[in-house]
Each structure stands twice: as C-alpha cells, then as structure tokens.
Design a protein around this ligand. Structure first.
Ligand SMILES: Cc1ncc(COP(=O)(O)O)c(C=O)c1O
Length: 465
C-alpha cells in the first residue's frame, strides 16, 4: 500500500494528534484554501510573502500582529514542529560548553540540540507518581530546593528550561518559578508544545500560558494544541535576557530555505481562528464538553486520571492489571485510536472537534477489555532512578561524536552511552549521550521494555574503551 492510500484510511474514532481531528476542526480559511486546485497554493518565498525571518511581507506582518496582540517583542512561525523552534531557542540561549538547567522530562529535541552544540544539560529530577507512572508538575518548593543544591555560577548555567503542560496535561503556574530565574538573570524557555490554546482561554480556570507569565521564549506546537497542520509551531520572544538577533540567527541556522507556504498559512490561520469571538466561543464549548466527557466516564465507573488539561482523557488501565500498551493494541484493533500508551495509562486526545460517540465506544470497549483481561496483576513500575541533580559524565556533544560500538543493552552495564534511548511518544529520553549506564538505570530501562515493544531486545551505542 502506498503512503497516499493509507492517508485516507478511516478509523472508527481518532483520538490522536494533530488536534484538528482529521480536518474536522481546521480553520475555515484553511479549508477554503485547500479546496483550490491541489497544489495551486504551494508557492515559493515570493517578495509579497517573505519568510518568518523577513522584515517585510505577509508573514512578517502576520507575526507582528500576533506579537502586538499578546504583548511580546516578536514571534516566529515554524514549519519543523515545536522541535525545530525549541532547538533554535536553545541555541539562542547558550554557547557550546555552557550549561542549561532542565527537568528530566525534557523532549528529545532538547537533547539533540545539546548534542549538536555541545551545550551541557544539567538535569533536575521531578516528583514521580508510582500510581500513574507520570512525573508530577513542578512546584515552587521543589524548584527552590533544586536551586539550593546547585551552584549556578560555578556550573556556568546560562538558562533554564521548563516543560508545561506535560504531554498528559499536568500543569502548574510557572510565574513564580520564572520570577526566581529572572532574579538570577537566567532566561527561561518554556516548552509549551501542549498548551498553545491556553493563550486564548485566560478566564476559563485553565493553566496560564507562559507567554503571560513572561517567559523569555515560549514554544508552542500548533498541531498538538491548536488546530494547525502537522509540523506547524510558533516561538514567542520577550524580555531582555536573550538578544533577538541571536534568536533570529539560530532560527536561520536550522530553518529550511523553502518553508512550506501551506504550513505557514496554517500557522497564521490556526492562531487567527481563535481570535474571532464566534470561533473562540465554539472552542470554549468544546473544552466544557471535554469536562462533561470526563464526568460521564467517571459516572460510568471508568477509571480516569485528572490533569489540568481537560482535552486529555487518561485511562488508568493499571486498575484492571493491564498496561497501557496492551490496552492500546486492543482499542486500535477495535477502531478506537489513542495517542499515548504508557505502563499504567492510556491517554486519548480529544482535539477541537465534537467527539460524538466517544463515551459510548470507550465504555463498551472498556467493558470488553475488563472481561478479557485475565486477572488483576500488579504491574512492575519502577520510579526513574535519577539523582536530584545530574549531568552526563562526558560532555554530551563529545559522547555523541565519539567512536562507539553497538551492543545489546543487557551487556551495557558500566559503559558510557553514545546514544539517546527514547520511546516515542512521549519522546522523553531514558538515557542521553555521555551518561554512564549503572545498574539502577539498566534495570529501569529493562523493566520498561517488558511493556514497550520499542525497547524490547534493544541495542545501544556505547563509547569504545
Ligand atoms: C513536550 C513536547 N515538546 C515538544 C514536542 C515536539 O513537538 P513537535 O511534534 O511539534 O515537534 C513534543 C512532541 O511530542 C512534546 O511532547
């Protein structure tokens, strides 16, 4: 089967990203554009349009109108996902050999940028829930304790990264944490890949966007948390701690010379869509409906985990002794396609269209799965074996470039990793280049591989002695 044939495959219910729900929630103007003869709209960087880095043209005007609207200094569209703009942000924040403080649950794109530039990640651990298998959102108390245990100057830390919300929707108000960083003259990049829509919903008792909390750089994935096409993203820039020229330079470093006009138009339309009052009301209704879906499922006795993002429905599959990967396969076979399987849970993303029939379908399949599941067993979940503060033993860029050999993971005890081991989704690395594979880390990764086929029989590149 060709890729193009597969793209029209129908599923009973699609609860995955992109959040436009297979076109149903695309902005009207984009739908209109796509109705023109196929490909007609695929234009190069004509002077009237320009590119995200042009001083003039439709893209520059559009970006300016959004940055004015949200009181930032500037913003830039991206066509290589939040990944690409996170990487540009990191390169704007630190030079090779300098350090960035970051939580252990950063996205793999952060680690790749560090490897590329030899920027040193200083990881801090997060609280972890053994019930859900998820990291808990960071609190001011936790972060203050992290800072107490680290010498910022001695470590040459030049910036901080936070992830908020997490993939599953956990979120905390970052403003107090950002203030602490700013008092120390440290710029903050917030990976808000999962929170673009929060910017438009300030009065809905939802988490606050880091744009309003004055983070220096905020990166949003417009296909994950707004109604953009896959690969669309935006970076917001404000404050005085990062130079705009540095940011422009690093966007330029990684950006294609031929950004897709369709994707750039999708960036613009997905943001504009939410600025129109009638559309905003429609999307806000979706959010209220999402809360109703959660309540109805709970009423029917389906075990769910609540986070701060109503658009994520997290099924606690471990309640019946089933891991999220097994449950995911069962639902997939039955036409219900989820987004994120993990050991204890399976996360569905509601997106921005109406989800008629989801409650009944999930209810029906959950009952079937409960009957089929043999018997309740305890899943073997281990807390990640991270220290409160940690950094790779060998600089990440050196380890990445070093001579390596590929060996089975089971034989890697005591070796230094030259590789990133990272199941996707959620794209959070279990080990990064330069880290030593000790007993605790090896056991933990092996336990994960009991459930996750991606990790089964896995091999790893380790540094040659
Ligand atoms: C927390 C987080 N940040 C960044 C990204 C990258 O987003 P994109 O797929 O738009 O590149 C992801 C993707 O899964 C993510 O979960």
């Amino acid at each position: 089967m060709s890729i193009s044939s597969f793209l029209t495959k129908k599923f009973l219910k699609s609860l995955f990203f992109p959040a436009h729900n297979r076109g149903k929630a695309l902005p009207n103007k984009l739908i209109k554009l796509l109705k023109h003869p196929p490909g007609f709209w695929d234009l190069p960087e004509l002077p009237e349009i320009g590119s995200p880095l042009s001083k003039n043209g439709l893209i520059a005007d559009s970006q300016k109108s959004f940055s004015d609207k949200f009181n930032t200094k500037s913003c830039f569209f991206g066509v290589n996902g939040a990944s690409g703009l996170i990487q540009s942000g990191i390169i704007a924040m630190a030079n090779p050999g300098e350090c960035i403080l970051m939580p252990r649950n950063v996205h793999i794109s952060v680690i790749k940028a560090c490897a590329l530039q030899n920027i040193i990640p200083i990881f801090f651990d997060l609280e972890f829930s053994i019930k859900t298998g998820h990291f808990k959102p960071i609190t001011k108390k936790w972060f203050t304790n992290v800072l107490k245990n680290i010498n910022i100057k001695k470590r040459k830390i030049v910036g901080v990264i936070f992830v908020n919300p997490y993939y599953q929707g956990y979120s905390k108000d970052l403003e107090p944490l950002i203030k602490i960083c700013h008092q120390k003259n440290l710029p903050v990049l917030v990976d808000e890949a999962h929170g673009s829509y929060l910017l438009f919903c300030e009065n809905m008792n939802l988490p606050k966007s880091a744009v309003s909390s004055k983070a220096d750089l905020v990166v949003q994935s417009l296909h994950k948390s707004l109604n953009g096409l896959t690969q669309t993203a935006i970076i917001w820039y404000q404050g005085n701690l990062i130079e705009e020229s540095n940011l422009r330079k690093s966007i330029n470093l990684l950006q294609t010379t031929s950004p897709s006009s369709l994707l750039l138009s999708s960036c613009e339309e997905s943001l504009k869509d939410w600025l129109k009052q009638e559309n905003l009301s429609k999307y806000q209704k979706r959010i209220i409906e999402a809360k109703d879906i959660f309540q109805e499922l709970i009423k029917r006795g389906i075990p769910l985990i609540k986070t701060q993002d109503p658009l994520k429905i997290i099924l606690e599959t471990s309640k019946i002794g089933i891991d999220g990967f097994t449950a995911d396969k069962f639902f997939y076979k039955n036409g219900l396609i989820a987004e994120l399987p993990e050991i204890m849970t399976l996360t569905f993303c509601l997106g921005f269209s109406k989800q008629k029939g989801f409650v009944n379908l999930l209810d029906k399949l959950w009952k079937e799965l409960t009957i089929k599941s043999k018997r309740i067993k305890n899943l073997n979940l281990q807390k990640p074996p991270f220290k409160l503060i940690d950094t790779p033993e060998i600089p990440i860029g050196l380890a990445w470039r070093n001579k390596t050999q590929i060996i089975p993971l089971t034989e890697s005890l005591g070796k230094i990793s030259g590789d990133i081991i990272c199941p996707y989704p959620p794209g959070i690395p279990l080990i990064v280049p330069g880290e030593r594979i000790d007993k605790a880390r090896l056991n933990w990764i092996e336990t994960q591989s009991l459930y996750n086929e991606d990790l089964l029989n896995s091999y790893i590149r380790v540094l040659q002695n």
